[in-house]
Design a protein around this ligand. Structure first.
Ligand SMILES: *[C@@H]1O[C@H](CO)[C@@H](O)[C@H](O)[C@H]1NC(C)=O
Ligand SMILES: *[C@@H]1O[C@H](CO)[C@@H](O)[C@H](O)[C@H]1NC(C)=O
Ligand SMILES: *[C@@H]1O[C@H](CO)[C@@H](O)[C@H](O)[C@H]1NC(C)=O
Ligand SMILES: *[C@@H]1O[C@H](CO)[C@@H](O)[C@H](O)[C@H]1NC(C)=O
Ligand SMILES: *[C@@H]1O[C@H](CO)[C@@H](O)[C@H](O)[C@H]1NC(C)=O
Ligand SMILES: *[C@@H]1O[C@H](CO)[C@@H](O)[C@H](O)[C@H]1NC(C)=O
Length: 609
């Protein structure tokens, strides 16, 4: 990862010395997932140990900033100022003080847990007052308090939302947004995109011969798949010692640059509109994030900063890029930091503090109070030594890294979407949860009330919605699977395919790892006595492999996940319940890909429901 860091050439910005009278009441952070298996070839890309370490390390930095800088190493503490949030539990998690939201992918949820392990490491004999304190740890028949398992492991409440849940729109507002998808699917017709496609075609085709052809058909070796190709190259660059000879750092940087260009066009082009003029449809994820950030800071203030002390959201790079665009970060004084994809474990932070200098008095109740300020911070990677630096947003000058809360709310309000109902209007969305809400006029920014959460759905309604969604998704996924399944049924790796077929089920595969791009999967060599590889890990690899995606049976595999093309069929079978679960899974994975594959015909769910 050190090499990757140097590629991006990000200037090291030292943390600014904290002012003694600053009191932090609440912080909202959006955090990028860590290293995972590449999307290409893995229908269920898993978080890797490297990814878990990245998130763990990022969590430790947050601990050093907001909770306690004495229990982390000096190196870690040097990366950030120490600005402890008032009355946050120092050792044991009090889940009433925190909000932890995640998208529904395993690599995001597990990364959130790894982050929390860094934020609150295990600690014997530590019990949060808000969680029952030591009383809850005592047993009637024993004199000492009972520890949590694993030397005092701390259990966070991580809420994850699938795209069928209205709450998911706050953290990945682009994913289920029909207008966004339509806009993105039209991109291959745009002149600038076509130009870059032409300019980069030789580069990609040459690399295809040298590297990508083990996993991609040549028809995918072009700019339209810039993100998938970079994602795949990055994984193998980090994990396969043979790869850096084929893909050197300069080549990887070029792949990253094209991926950035593609993704910023998809998520950060503010001049493109969807259903209404000036609705900034491509940046819908950032517009939702802006609404959520303001709502969370407001919620914390409304509770006298008793709850919402630390609000964490875990998701993907699209939300970063679209917020960067909305906040004018790429054009601002720190522009160079923001003109690239956020790296694994990156974090952006909105920090609410007052300058009244009294930590024992409650924060001002009035959001317009002149002592309340918000600061934007960005840590572009989880790499050691990467500083937690403040940056001006919304066109502020170089030195102005903080804004009055009132001004911040106004600036965010001008770009934000303030409710799920409004999101439904902007997205023209067919999501079933939208039918229970009254869409607003949609469109233009500025009209929304960022504090209003008028789109909140009651539990009963949510139940009804859930049932309807389950039915609707069957139809959508069957159709989506057609588009995505077609692309994924390709495999150009006969040797490994053969090899896998010869492996007895459940036994670790053995291979020299000499094949550059292939999926070594959880291999185990005879010499690796200390490496434990679970059976299910092996089976998963087999299920994710290409031949199974083209429809073959899984011999003796428990609960086989059908290939994309078969997903629809499974639903018709006896167990609707199981079929729906399968399809939901597929559907979410498909979203990920659907959005990064520009060539696909527009999916118009509206017409299929
Ligand atoms: C960390 O810094 C403090 C103060 O500078 C010093 O006393 C302590 O020994 C350092 N700890 C380590 C592990 O280097
Ligand atoms: C922790 O923060 C305090 C206050 O800013 C600072 O004096 C101290 O050096 C920090 N500790 C470490 C280990 O950096
Ligand atoms: C003490 O009480 C707990 C909970 O009721 C029980 O699980 C445990 O076996 C008891 N220990 C002894 C030594 O009786
Ligand atoms: C935590 O408590 C357990 C059980 O009492 C003990 O075995 C373990 O050594 C303790 N761990 C630490 C780090 O103190
Ligand atoms: C945004 O997209 C439009 C339409 O394709 C294009 O004309 C414009 O140049 C793009 N803007 C940027 C900043 O790329
Ligand atoms: C801080 O606020 C508390 C509670 O309002 C008050 O009792 C205390 O005197 C204040 N301290 C200072 C230094 O203003």
């Amino acid at each position: 990862m050190r090499t990757i860091a140097s590629i991006a050439g990000v200037a090291a910005l030292l943390p600014r010395a904290a002012m003694a009278d600053e009191t932090v009441w609440s912080s909202v952070a959006y955090i990028m997932y860590g290293d995972r298996l590449p999307l290409q070839g893995n229908p269920y890309p898993a978080l890797t140990p490297l990814g878990a370490n990245q998130l763990y390390s990022q969590g430790s930095i947050f601990r050093a900033r907001y909770i306690d800088n004495s229990t982390v190493g000096n190196d870690t503490a040097a990366v950030t100022d120490y600005l402890p949030i008032v009355d946050i539990e120092p050792k044991a998690i009090d889940n009433t003080q925190l909000s932890i939201l995640s998208t529904n992918e395993q690599y995001v949820i597990s990364g959130a847990l790894a982050f929390m392990q860094g934020l609150y490491p295990p600690k014997n004999q530590s019990f949060a007052a808000g969680a029952g304190g030591i009383g809850a740890a005592q047993l009637a028949n024993a004199s000492t308090a009972l520890d949590f398992p694993l030397d005092g492991y701390q259990y966070p409440r991580v809420q994850s939302f699938s795209v069928q849940d209205p709450s998911s729109t706050w953290i990945e507002g682009n994913a289920p947004c029909s207008q966004y998808l339509e806009s993105v699917f039209g991109m291959p017709h745009e002149a600038a995109i076509q130009q870059t496609y032409q300019d980069s075609l030789d580069f990609y085709q040459t690399l295809w011969n040298r590297f990508f052809k083990v996993a991609f058909p040549s028809s995918m070796a072009n700019y339209y798949y810039a993100y998938e190709l970079y994602d795949y190259a990055l994984y193998h660059f980090n994990h396969d010692s043979h790869v850096p000879r084929t893909i050197d750092t300069a080549t990887l940087a070029q792949l990253q640059n094209y991926a950035y260009m593609q993704q910023i066009a998809k998520n950060g082009n503010l001049t493109v509109s969807g259903g209404a003029a000036n609705d900034m449809i491509r940046a819908v994820a950032g517009r939702m994030l802006a609404g959520k950030v303001v709502a969370q800071l407001q919620g914390a203030l409304a509770s006298g900063a008793a709850s919402g002390k630390l609000n964490l959201m875990f998701g993907s790079f699209e939300t970063f890029l679209s917020f960067f665009a909305l906040a004018g970060l790429a054009e601002g004084p720190s522009g160079a930091v923001f003109r690239s994809l956020p790296r694994q474990g990156a974090a952006m932070v909105f920090e609410l503090y007052s300058t009244s200098g009294n930590r024992t008095a409650p924060p001002p109740a009035d959001p317009d109070d002149s002592s309340l300020h918000v600061r934007f911070l960005y840590r572009p990677s989880a790499d050691e030594g990467e500083a937690f630096a403040a940056h001006p947003i919304f066109g502020n000058g170089n030195m102005q890294t903080s804004m009055r809360l009132r001004d911040f709310v106004a600036a965010m309000g001008a770009v934000s979407i303030g409710s799920v109902a409004e999101w439904c209007g902007v997205c023209g969305s067919v999501n079933i949860f939208c039918s229970g809400l009254v869409p607003s006029q949609g469109g233009g920014g500025g009209s929304s009330s960022p504090f209003g959460l008028s789109g909140a759905v009651g539990p009963v309604m949510a139940g009804v919605i859930g049932a309807l969604v389950a039915l609707a998704v069957v139809g959508l996924a069957a159709m989506g699977a057609f588009f995505v399944g077609r692309v994924r049924c390709y495999r150009a790796r006969p040797q490994q395919q053969q090899q896998q077929q010869q492996q007895p089920q459940g036994r670790p595969t053995q291979s020299g790892g000499k094949n550059l791009g292939g999926f070594k999967g959880p291999e185990k060599n005879a010499s690796d006595v200390d490496v434990a590889v679970s059976r299910s890990g092996v089976r998963h690899e087999r299920m994710g492999s290409w031949e199974l995606r083209s429809g073959s049976e899984i011999p003796g595999g428990a609960a086989p996940r059908v290939g994309a093309a078969g997903a629809g069929a499974a639903v018709g079978a006896s167990s609707l319940e199981r079929g729906v679960t399968e399809v939901n899974y597929r559907h979410e994975d498909d979203d990920d890909d659907a959005m990064s594959e520009l060539h696909m015909a527009p999916v118009k769910p509206r017409e299929t429901v």
